[in-house]
Ligand binder design. Sequence first.
Ligand code: SF4
Length: 187
Amino acid sequence: MHHTKTPQPRALGDHTWRDRAACSSTPHHQVDPELFFPEPDEVDRIREAKTLCAQCPVRRVCLDAALENGDSAGIRGGMTEEEREPLHKKLEHRLDYGRVNEVLAGRDIHLTKAERRAVARAAYQAELPASRLAWLLKITEEHAEKLYRRTRREIRNRAVEEEEKVDKTPRSQPHALPVREDLGTAA
Ligand code: SF4
């Protein structure tokens, strides 16, 4: 059963990636943190910081963390704040099924609204209990049940729309599948 399995380490609360950052200072390798907060015209500093980022083993997670935390200041993940700006804006509308699946597998990843809905939909279709969805999305069970009710309504509405479409098309078209009322745990 899914919910009895020990989840994988949760990624967001885990900041150990910072220890592997190419920009973190060690006794043998001092890095000036100010290097990562250049003015837009300080091209040499920008180049220097980006060179470190290019060799950094945690560049991707660093960039994701900056975007997820809305951390728009300074150079992160090899990108200046000006370069990252459109990504911060785009993030609100992101629907990345890879991330949705990671959350379903128990990882702690910050999702957009659209991705959280996709998790609820997938959990509902997999008939996961509301308590599991609550754990995955870090919400109350009551909230999870509400999400399931909404998901069930959405699925039903979509099926009705499909049926209406089918009614208007020639008879040779197959009918939409009936909605399964027994899915999910919602009341
Ligand atoms: S990608 Fe750049 S800013 Fe991010 S941790 Fe690595 S070196 Fe530091």
